[in-house]
Design a protein around this ligand. Structure first.
Ligand code: GDG
Length: 747
């Protein structure tokens, strides 16, 4: 049988294979001790999150019970680890060794000196160096080689973050059937920043990432920005969250990472935490403001200090009554830029303390060190205000941890609008981290906020984080990966062989009341440069005419009614023009306009299309009765026109308000805008419902024919012309095969 069976989404999550994580860092630090080795497991979010997927205690085991395979960079030498088993109860590590000079250009260079600043909107800090990119490619290959050694059929590979953007594509090339997920932990920047990357690099990056089946970001904004990068760099459009490549689909979606809520919530009563909390309360002033972050320019530490300074300046009544505990965790401080920033922070803290403090009171208590877990939760659970003000942050987990630690529901979160977390925590006091007045006003508001108001806000935020904790996050990502498999199954191409054609012919012969739908361009007629010259051949037309003698035949097209009338006037067929907007029944000479059509939109869209046509030599705007089309099949410079078309789609998407009920069709060398109320699918379905047909067949090549394939009943023989992924049950390779196929059916 070479027809797709009638698919239904009935597959349950099932055990599929091992989970292989690839991340820059291993899940534990490896320390050699004599003949043996000590593995110090990280307590980081990702490590505990993935643990929830496997083993007996797993909440939703969707990968096999095996240990998690983890590929990551080892800063040990190969000799040091020779012959050692690097596994504990949960993980088996596969170390990747990267020569120091390569790692320097790869990790410190490409990753942290270029991608990090660019993605955090610091383009002036970005360094573009050819050696960086070379090392980046080399290092990604080293990770791939390690993966290639251990990969098995059925494994799910989950690649992490901006250090490994080329890896998904490398996996796809060599192991096309392996399921690959990719998660990006930092902000994906707007296209204006992304395009600063040299052309070859940005192409390699986008291609690399969409090698995955599922690509995750923290927020919808990052998803949008990434989709735009794919569109602009590679020319692939998207339908909702899907990018349709010729032989597979990629899903791009947001998965806001979270924390282990219970771990922070339960720590409230941990004796060590209680001790830390009491210590802080005894030592500090009436009110405590707290912040903790790694030393990094993206964290907005200096601006935070300026904001606090403004608060002190304007609120003398708070002098002596508040302490701002600012912990900065050492990071990258051998690098000049970080050293410089640190000394600026040191000086600013010194200045503010000198200006406002006295013998009994130091406004800022500044620590440059890391904290133990108990100290951290002790501070979270005693601070009246958490002041989290990154100028850019992919998500920011500190703010979620603060909220989860407040079992008492007291405390106020001040949160930067530039953190991914702001999209989820609207009950925080949201501020612009560069605006010191805004910070100062919010500090005052927070310190004065009545307890009932604090509780109200905390309660909502806590229940949200409790619901979508890091385990829900991981589970969500994996459920989506397994669902992609079902999507693929639905869209997979099945090319018709003689046997499949025989089956359709048998069904055709065995039936009495038949309806056949034929798309025009690309199905009955070949696609040619000038649309006016796309004419159906004599043989094909003859064949259609023979079908029309015994069956209900419908020509269904996006073309206007004049063009179609002229071609098919002499045949006893139904004609549907303009994607279902206009219908002429067999034998009638009258065209009927779809009753849900409203003419209230063209004058606002046409000027945009005209402008794009003027700027793109050879492109033309066609005004049809119920739609507007921007054709670029005839454009002088195809590549340029393709880019313009992508921009046009983007602009229209942003411009068109939902009330207009308009749809943008990114078709084959045409961008078309029409009403959403009808399409080829609704039109075909309406016709099918008017008769009791025992044989339904539909053929088409374009995206708009997909509506027909989806809307028609499961028993219909739906046939896609070409190899693009489709909901149709079978494919013909090209338009040239249409004649021979139809002849065999009618034989
Ligand atoms: C990247 C993205 C995204 C920090 N200092 C101490 C300590 N920490 C812990 C915190 C928190 C984590 O480190 C920091 O996480 P963030 O999310 O705030 O920031 P990044 O490290 O930059 O992480 C970020 C994240 O990836 C996840 O996708 O949210 O946007 O930049 O868990 O508690 N923990 C202890 N002592 C410290 O001194 N015990």
């Amino acid at each position: 049988m070479d027809l797709k069976p009638f698919m239904k989404n009935t597959q349950e999550n099932k055990q599929i294979g091992r989970l292989v994580i690839v991340a820059y860092r291993l899940p534990f630090k490896i320390v050699r001790e004599g003949e043996g080795v000590n593995l110090f497991q990280n307590s980081g979010g990702l490590v505990s999150a993935v643990l929830s997927l496997v083993g007996d205690g797993a909440q939703n085991p969707i990968v096999s019970g095996d240990k998690i395979q983890w590929i990551g960079y080892a800063d040990n030498s190969p000799e040091e680890l020779e012959g050692l088993s690097l596994e504990n109860d949960s993980f088996k590590a596969h170390p990747v060794f990267i020569p120091d000079d390569v790692n320097e250009n790869y990790y410190e260079g490409f990753c942290n000196d270029l991608i990090w600043p660019l993605c955090h909107y610091f383009p002036t800090h970005a360094r573009f160096d050819d050696a960086y990119f070379q090392a980046y490619q080399q290092a990604n290959e080293l990770f791939f080689e390690k993966l290639d050694e251990i990969i098995q059929p059925g494994d799910i590979v989950w690649v992490q973050d901006y250090q490994l953007m080329l890896l998904p594509q490398m996996i796809r090339k060599k192991h096309p059937d392996v399921k690959v997920g990719f998660f990006f932990h930092i902000p994906f920047p707007s296209y204006e920043l992304f395009r600063m990357l040299p052309v070859q690099w940005r192409k390699a990056i986008v291609e690399g990432i969409i090698g995955a089946d599922l690509v995750g970001f923290h927020t919808n904004d990052y998803v949008e920005y990434f989709l735009k990068a794919v569109r602009m760099v590679l020319g692939h459009g998207n339908k909702l969250h899907y990018i349709n490549l010729s032989n597979r689909i990629v899903k791009i979606d947001s998965f806001p990472i979270s924390i282990d809520f219970n771990k922070f919530n339960d720590a409230y009563t941990d004796p060590e935490v209680v001790k830390e909390r009491e210590l802080a309360r005894d030592m500090l002033k009436e009110k405590i403001i707290f912040s903790v972050d790694r030393l990094d320019y993206s964290k907005g530490i200096l601006h935070r200090l300026y904001g606090f300074e403004r608060f002190l300046e304007e609120n003398p009544n708070w002098h002596g009554r508040v302490a701002f505990v600012m912990v900065v965790v050492p990071s990258r401080d051998t690098i000049d830029r970080y050293q410089q920033m640190k000394s600026e922070i040191d000086q600013t803290v010194g200045r503010i303390n000198a200006d406002y403090g006295n013998i009994n009171w130091q406004p800022i208590i500044y620590q440059y060190r890391s904290m133990t877990f108990a100290e951290l939760v002790g501070m979270y659970s005693t601070s009246d205000v958490a002041l989290i003000t990154p100028v850019r942050d992919g998500m920011n987990l500190v703010c979620k941890e603060y909220v989860a630690s407040r079992q008492d529901k007291h405390g106020v979160l001040i949160l930067s609008e530039m953190a991914g977390a702001a999209a989820e925590l609207g009950e925080a006091l949201i501020i612009n981290p560069l605006d010191k007045q805004n910070i100062a006003d919010s500090i005052k508001l927070a310190l004065d906020m009545p307890i009932e108001e604090q509780e109200k806000r905390m309660k909502v935020m806590r229940s949200r984080i409790r619901e979508y904790d890091v385990f829900a996050w991981t589970n969500d990502f994996f459920t989506q990966i397994t669902m992609i498999e079902q999507e693929h199954e639905k869209l997979k191409q099945v090319f018709l062989t003689d046997q499949g054609i025989g089956e359709i012919r048998d069904a055709y012969r065995a039936s009495k009341n038949r309806i056949l739908f034929f798309d025009y361009d690309g199905t009955l007629a070949p696609i040619v440069a000038d649309p006016a010259k796309a004419i159906v051949s004599r043989e094909v037309k003859q064949l259609i005419s023979t079908f029309a003698e015994s069956d209900t035949v419908v020509i269904i097209s996006g073309r206007d009614r004049h063009f179609l009338s002229e071609l098919f006037l002499d045949l006893p067929v139904h004609i549907i023009a303009e994607h279902g907007a206009l219908i002429k029944a067999k034998g009638s000479s009258e065209w009927v306009l779809n009753e849900s059509y409203e003419e209230n939109w063209k004058e606002s869209i046409q000027p945009i299309m005209d402008l794009y046509a003027k700027r793109c030599p050879g492109a033309v705007v066609e005004e049809k009765e119920t739609s507007l089309a921007w054709h670029y099949r005839t454009a002088e410079d195809r590549e340029y026109a393709t880019r313009r078309a992508q921009e046009l789609v983007w602009q229209l998407k942003n411009y068109i308000q939902p009330e207009l009920n308009l749809q943008i069709i990114d078709g084959n060398k045409v961008v078309e805008v029409k009403k959403t109320a009808f399409n080829k699918g609704t039109a075909a379905k309406d016709l099918v419902e008017t008769g009791s047909y025992d044989f339904i067949m539909a053929m088409g090549d374009d995206k708009t024919d997909e509506d027909m394939f989806i809307e028609l009943p499961d028993t219909a023989y739906t046939i896609k012309v070409g190899d693009m992924l489709s909901a149709a049950r079978a494919h013909l390779r090209s338009q040239e095969e249409v004649f021979s196929f139809l002849s065999k059916i009618k034989d």
